[in-house]
Each structure stands twice: as structure tokens, then as C-alpha cells.
Design a binder for this molecule. Structure first.
Ligand SMILES: [Zn+2]
Length: 490
């Protein structure tokens, strides 16, 4: 055997769907060469002593928003440091035209190179982009985005045509920078689906059509606009409870049914229902799966919706879409989780700094901005709460790594197996610690999880064999690369 560059000794390897097994991990040229007990270390350049910690496949956090509120150059640096802290080795981040993000419009063949250049050389972990076709022109670009740019997943924000990012809005055309005569509506969504299905059937994409998919943010503009008005007029509720009431769960459920029927109508089978936050949303998603068995639905949930509720989150810093819900919904998500109805867990990381987040008055949830970071708490949070509720380590590895990697065409990532990228993190499952925003590498100065006690800690993270977190400290030189998808299978 040719010499190894790195051996991580004496760890308990977590493989998707299996219990941890004692082994060493041998790495050569950034790839895993062997996972076995007693790997020889003679002549190996770097040996890391695992001291019996758990070795998880590096987390594939499939839902982030680099550059939404801060320049992409800055987020690529600071927020990828937060990734390293949380054992996240690949971040898939959303990109769209319009206000926020790059604050511009135009075809993606012009916009994507700007985003790629902004992130290049700055990220501490690997990254990829999901792209949202906003303009009519973007729909035509879909096959080229796959072939030329390695973008194999697309997004629809179902409520953006008629409702704002932070609440009521009558200026959505301006927000999305739509040209005269175009509209971001159900027909636009239908045409995205038709084009995507057509692309999936192209000869040149044969063999990886299942890695080309569409993700939908399911909320209904009309319901939210009406309920926001009601809640504001009544003036009875405040804070997160008011925001939950203004975007009620049935607005999610209804959007899920519309998305599902459109998928059926257009024949597009690869549908990802993003960040389902409530019992009604998941119930609707399960109903649609039973109704349209030919559609391969995947159901996503965020760590925020699994760990916090309207009463326990640390104030309106937890404003996010869909909203943080009451405890009953959190419990319903866990019930579905334990029944295997949810496919992966993400952070929905959107770094929104204090000065951007809060409006005037500071405690008014309706003037605050939406979104917050949390990728650094994804794996420790899921281990803490999941283990307490009976989730196995093997299932946690599926939910955080192998399932999103498979769906989003990251076939060299997501598992600790020979031939895969050496993306992994070491976890001390007995290290109790308290979340403090001040300890995070993210540029965000607060967190909805402030004060929460977590029972597991990521100590070390490796991206393609490069150590990016060492004993809890981020290693300074960024090694992250853009990943073109779908990646060939090893
Ligand atoms: Zn998001």
C-alpha cells in the first residue's frame, strides 16, 4: 500500500445506519483509503489521536444563506469558520437575484461567476450553490447551469410573489427586480418544474437525473398577508408568538399541497420540501407522499425548529421563515422524526448581525429581519436532543451527512468509506457545554440558542484530509473549494 498522509487513530466510527465501531481512519490525497482497526502509522506524515471520540462523516449542511445580509466575501470567510466549529465540511448555500445577496439582477451566467469569485479562496469548508430561477430568462438557463456551473439543485420561494422576506410588502416586483410584464407566481413555478424535468431527461445528464432536484420553501402569501394584518390589528400578541400567528401552519400545509400537485402535473419527481416547521406542514407532506407515490419527496427540517419554541428561544432574534412554533409543533416534528418521516436536518444558517436584525422599536418582531445562523450547533444540538429521544448515532449520520449528500449529488461526500473525501469530525459525546454567542466564530453577535446546554462537542474537523478545526480552534488557512455537482460516484 502506498503511504498514507494522515491517520486518525482510535475513534469510534459512525457509519450511516450503524452503531459506532472502533477503528482508525487512513487518508491519502484527501480521500479515505481505509477504515479499519490497527492501521499502521509508520512513515505517516500526520497522526491524530482520537482518544475514543466519535468520528462522524463531515456534516453536509444543505441549507445556508451566505451573503444574504453581509457581503458574500465576508460570509464565505466568517460563516465557514462557524461551519468548521460545528463539524460541517460542506455548506450548500442559496443564491438568488434581487434585493439582498448580491443586490442585482441579470442572467445567472453573469451572476454566478460573481458569486463564485466572491467565495473563492475564502472558505474554510467546501461549498456549493443552490440557485433560484427568479426571471423568465433563468428558466431557460437551467440546463446550462447544470452542465457549465455544476448547479444541480434549484429553489422556489413560494410566497415571494406577494409577500416580503420580513413581512407585509406591496413591492415584491421591486424586491425581486422583475422586469415589466413578468411575475413570480404559480405559473412561473410550473414552468421551472417543466424545464427541470426536461433537463433531467437530456442524454448528457443520463445516469444522474436523480441528483437533479427542486427545493421549495412552502408558505402561502395570501394566507400570511391576511393573518399578518389580523395579528397587527388585534395587537394582542407580541414577539415570536405573534410571528407564528401571522404565518400560521396551515399556510405551510396549503403550499405543500400546491407544490405536490404541480410536481405531479409536470412529472418532476425530485421534490425537496424545505424546513417543514409544524405538525400541519409535515402532515400535509405525508398526505401528499401517499397521494402521489410516483413523486420522490424529501422532507427537510431545521435544527432551530427542533430545538426551540416560541417560549424557549432567546427573544425575537429567533425570527425566521417559517416561524419558530409553539411546543406542540416541536413535539410533532420529533414524532415524525422518530418515525423516519424526515430526511435530513439543516441549519438554514443566515448570518444577520445585530445592527441589521433588529428594527425600531427593537422588540417589534414585525420590523426585525428574518433568519439567523446556527450551523455551529447543528450536529451537537441534534446529538443532544436526538439521543435523549432515542435517535441512534447511525441515524444522526444519515440525517446530517449521507442523505443530503446523496440527494444533492455530492457523491464523494457524506460517509466514512474508502474512496470518499476525507471529510470528518470528531465528537466528544460527554462534553457538556453552554451555548454562548460570544464563543462562536460566526459574525452574528446573538443566538436564539443562547444559554442552552448541549451534551456533545465537536473538537476536530477535517475537510479532504485538511484539518480545519483543531481542539476546538479554527485553523487559519482556508482550504474550502467550490464543488461542482453532481459529482461522479467514487
Ligand atoms: Zn433558508
Amino acid at each position: 500500500m502506498t503511504e498514507l498522509d494522515l491517520v486518525v487513530k482510535n475513534v469510534r466510527v459512525v457509519r450511516p445506519g450503524r452503531d459506532p465501531e472502533p477503528a482508525d481512519i487512513g487518508v491519502r490525497d484527501g480521500c479515505i483509503e481505509t477504515v479499519a482497526p490497527g492501521v499502521a502509522t509508520d512513515g505517516v506524515a500526520e497522526v491524530v489521536e482520537g482518544r475514543g471520540r466519535l468520528a462522524f462523516p463531515g456534516v453536509v449542511d444543505a441549507h445556508q444563506h451566505w451573503g444574504i445580509y453581509n457581503p458574500l466575501e465576508e460570509d464565505a470567510r466568517s460563516e465557514s469558520r462557524a461551519c468548521a466549529q460545528g463539524g460541517v465540511t460542506t455548506a450548500i448555500t442559496y443564491l438568488r437575484t434581487g434585493q439582498y445577496y448580491l443586490n442585482r439582477t441579470g442572467p445567472y451566467r453573469e451572476v454566478l461567476p460573481i458569486a463564485l469569485a466572491a467565495a473563492e479562496g475564502r472558505a474554510h469548508v467546501d461549498y456549493a450553490f443552490h440557485v433560484a430561477p427568479i426571471l423568465k430568462e433563468h428558466i431557460e438557463e437551467i440546463p446550462e447551469l447544470i452542465a457549465e456551473f455544476g448547479v444541480s439543485s434549484f429553489k422556489i420561494f413560494m410566497f415571494y410573489g406577494r409577500h416580503g422576506l420580513h413581512g407585509r410588502s406591496s413591492a415584491q416586483d421591486e424586491f425581486l427586480m422583475l422586469p415589466e410584464g413578468e411575475s413570480y407566481d404559480l405559473a412561473h413555478f410550473e414552468f421551472i418544474m417543466r424545464k427541470l424535468e426536461q433537463a433531467r431527461r437530456e442524454e448528457r445528464f443520463a445516469g444522474f437525473a436523480d441528483s437533479i432536484s427542486l427545493s421549495l420553501h412552502c408558505e402561502t402569501a395570501e394566507i400570511m398577508a391576511a393573518y399578518t394584518k389580523l395579528v397587527e390589528e388585534e395587537g394582542r400578541l407580541t414577539g415570536l408568538r405573534a410571528y407564528h400567528a401571522a404565518r400560521p401552519p396551515h399556510s405551510e400545509g396549503l403550499a405543500v399541497t400546491i407544490a405536490a400537485y404541480l410536481a405531479h402535473e409536470t412529472g418532476l419527481p425530485t421534490i425537496n420540501l424545505l424546513h417543514l416547521s409544524s405538525q400541519k406542514a409535515v402532515d400535509a407532506a405525508m398526505m401528499m407522499a401517499a397521494t402521489f407515490p410516483h413523486v420522490d419527496f424529501r422532507r427537510e427540517v431545521t435544527i432551530g425548529h427542533l430545538l426551540t419554541d416560541v417560549d424557549t428561544a432567546n427573544g425575537i432574534g429567533a425570527k425566521v421563515n417559517p416561524p419558530i412554533r409553539p411546543r406542540e409543533d416541536v413535539e410533532a416534528l420529533w414524532e415524525h422524526m422518530l418515525q423516519g418521516h424526515l430526511d435530513w436536518v439543516v441549519s438554514d444558517h443566515a448570518c444577520c448581525r445585530d445592527e441589521t436584525k433588529f428594527g425600531e422599536p427593537r422588540d417589534d418582531v414585525f420590523v426585525a429581519k428574518s433568519g439567523f445562523g446556527g450551523t455551529e450547533y447543528l450536529l451537537p444540538g441534534l446529538i443532544t436532543e436526538g439521543r435523549r429521544r432515542g435517535l441512534s448515532y447511525g441515524r444522526i449520520a444519515e440525517l446530517t451527512a449521507s442523505a443530503p449528500a446523496e440527494r444533492f449529488g455530492l457523491h464523494t461526500k457524506g460517509a466514512l468509506a474508502p474512496g470518499r473525501d476525507a471529510d470528518l469530525c470528531l465528537v466528544d459525546p460527554d462534553a457538556s457545554w453552554v451555548v454562548r454567542a460570544a464563543d462562536s466564530a460566526s459574525a452574528q453577535e446573538y443566538t436564539p440558542f443562547e444559554g442552552m446546554e448541549l451534551k456533545a462537542r465537536v473538537t476536530d474537523t477535517f475537510v479532504r484530509g485538511h484539518q480545519v478545526l483543531r481542539d476546538g480552534n479554527v485553523v487559519e488557512s482556508p482550504v474550502g473549494r467550490y464543488v461542482r455537482r453532481p459529482t461522479p460516484r467514487p
